[in-house]
Design a protein. Structure first.
Lengths: 103, 467
């Protein structure tokens, strides 16, 4: 859904790998997790707990809470407010949680 | 009671917070600057110290201006903490913040909240679809990640930022399919009355004309006076529809960027139950403050766009003024020194304010924006529609805190940030009352969700040691 505006030679940022639901995604060191996911086409990023409707980042400034994901075991992290790091483990929320679901 | 740990705590490292910190340091105040982001700059200068040269070139000199401020901040000796999320302030000026998953408490004799602005919610049908973002979000994607939307982009709304982002996206190589302006045509007539004052701030007018010229030169279709805006798609955006007069238009798009101006982010001032007033021109709440930024809570000042929208260049002198008054309040300087210290800042601030009445009139959002059709989602978190809010008004709900109890509208993770203004305006219209009579959500701590372990860490908090 998004792409880099830099050519390969213009981009000095290190190329790193993060894991999203077990799949490897390439990202650039220092960028926000939300934009890394948008660049990689991880859309929708989650399904809502209320109706299961698809969502993706909306404000990228920490106010809309539509980009919530699980990061390195921490739940409900605003992915627009954290920077990616190599080996980051991301899980995408998928609707409401139910009693008995795996943690 | 906790003894003060600092003379001054500043919350937010945008233009107002950074300039307040620089001035406070110069005046010798023991100052702590807390900012949620990993680098200074706020949203307007976000990532300005890290950004690649090509991105800085695309974003232009007004963005690059922030680099000097951020660099001076890092050298000025103020205790600046990044990644520090303030989630509570109490009336005795105790500030609780979370950093590295742990919460800590600090207390100041004075606080400057420089918590800035957020984009006004644009609750049109389809605005929750993946691929719809705020226009400011697209700019932030450039700043933080050198990323731009892929495929045709339609920008829709009203405000200088809409045009600026369209121009920046063109420079960055994105495919700008159209700019759909929703400001009603009569806005121009009302704005012209303020043109003489605006001529006192020619930089802004010239910048605006250049942006329009840039878009025309690139052949970007510019629509004026659009209404009945809606976004359609199955799982993500496919098209945008709107009316120009009686004519319905449909444009294909992969990404839609919405923007209807920015409004003060009042979560913190509401959490403290400070006095607020309804700004009937800009259709938003502003906390009540005096010339020195002093709010209705003694010792708590608000500087920059968090007090009233005036823009980044006016926020800088506002930070200086608030810091000087804070220094006066704690007895670090006397009144004549304070007056001398703020004279230049006040003149600078006034120069930047000259454009505001013109811009506010020209880009006043259309009335229909806050009265969406029944099907439109108003509360994105709890998925409460405009129709449900109207129904609750019919059932006798008198204000936003009642509709909250009836429907959970405003009770999701964003804590009402994305629906509060719309709900107040919808209820005011339905109940034939003013927004002041209808009121706003009560905002409670924590201001953002925090983990229980972070809260538990408070139990054995030591007073904050200097870094």
């Amino acid at each position: 859904m998004f792409k880099s505006m830099l050519t390969a030679s213009e981009d000095q940022r290190a190329d790193i790998a993060i894991l999203v639901d077990g799949k490897t995604i390439r990202a650039r060191a220092g960028e926000s997790l939300a934009t890394a996911l948008l660049n990689a086409g991880v859309v929708p990023l989650r399904h809502t707990p209320v109706s299961g409707s698809p969502r993706a980042p909306f404000c990228l400034m920490g106010v809309c809470f539509d980009c919530l994901v699980e990061v390195d075991g921490r739940q409900n992290v605003q992915s627009c407010m954290v920077q990616v790091h190599a080996g980051m483990q991301v899980r995408l929320p998928d609707g409401a949680r139910h009693v008995g679901d795996p943690a | 009671m906790m003894a003060p740990t600092h003379d001054l705590i500043i919350i937010g490292a945008g233009p107002a917070g950074m300039s307040a910190a620089l001035h406070a340091a110069a005046l010798g105040l023991k100052t702590l600057l807390l900012d949620e982001q990993s680098h200074p700059g706020g949203q307007i200068y976000r990532n300005v110290t890290q950004v690649p040269p090509k991105v800085a070139a695309v974003l232009g000199p007004d963005y690059r201006h922030g680099r000097g401020l951020a660099e001076r901040l890092q050298q000025c000796g103020v205790d600046y903490r990044s990644g520090a999320l303030v989630w509570e302030i109490t009336e005795d000026l105790v500030v609780t913040f979370q950093q590295d998953e742990r919460s800590s408490r600090v207390r100041a004799r004075q606080i400057i909240a420089a918590t800035g602005a957020m984009e006004r919610p644009s609750p049109v049908p389809g605005w929750t679809l993946p691929g719809v973002l705020n226009a400011g979000a697209a700019q932030i994607a450039m700043k933080t990640s050198a990323s731009v939307p892929q495929g045709p982009v339609v920008l829709a709304g009203a405000g200088p930022l809409l045009l600026l982002v369209a121009c920046q996206l063109l420079e960055a190589g994105a495919e700008v399919a159209a700019v759909v302006q929703t400001a009603p045509r009569e806005n121009l007539r009302r704005a012209l009355r303020h043109l003489p004052a605006a001529l006192g701030a020619p930089h802004y007018l010239i910048k605006g004309l250049k942006m329009l010229w840039r878009l025309r030169r690139a052949g970007v279709p510019l629509y004026q006076g659009a209404s009945e805006l809606r976004i359609e798609g199955q799982h993500q955006v496919q098209q945008v529809q709107f009316n120009i007069g009686p004519q319905r238009h449909t444009l294909a798009a992969k990404v839609v960027l919405l923007h209807h101006g920015v409004v003060p982010n009042t979560q913190l001032s509401r959490q403290l139950r400070l006095d607020h007033q309804w700004d009937a021109i800009n259709l938003c709440w502003t906390p009540v403050v005096d010339e020195g930024g002093q709010s209705s809570l003694p010792g708590l000042r608000i500087a920059g766009d968090g007090a009233a929208i005036a823009g980044a260049r006016a926020a800088e002198p506002a930070g200086v003024i608030a810091a000087a008054h804070a220094a006066l309040a704690v007895g670090k300087i006397d009144a004549p020194t304070c007056a001398a210290s703020v004279r230049e800042a006040q003149a600078e601030r006034d120069r930047h304010l000259r454009i505001r009445p013109f811009l506010d009139a020209l880009y006043r959002p259309p009335q229909w924006l806050a009265q969406p059709p029944d099907e439109a989602i108003v509360c994105r978190c709890e998925e409460v529609t405009a129709g449900q809010i109207r129904e609750m008004a019919r059932l006798g709900c008198q204000g936003p805190n009642q509709t909250k109890f009836f429907s959970r509208c405003g009770m999701g993770p964003c804590q009402g940030r994305m629906c509060g203004l719309t709900v107040t305006q919808m209820l005011a219209q339905a109940l034939h009352k003013s927004p002041e009579e209808v009121g706003a959500y009560h905002i409670r701590t924590p201001l953002k969700p925090i983990a229980l372990a972070s809260l538990a860490a408070l139990a054995d908090t030591e007073p904050l040691a200097p870094e």
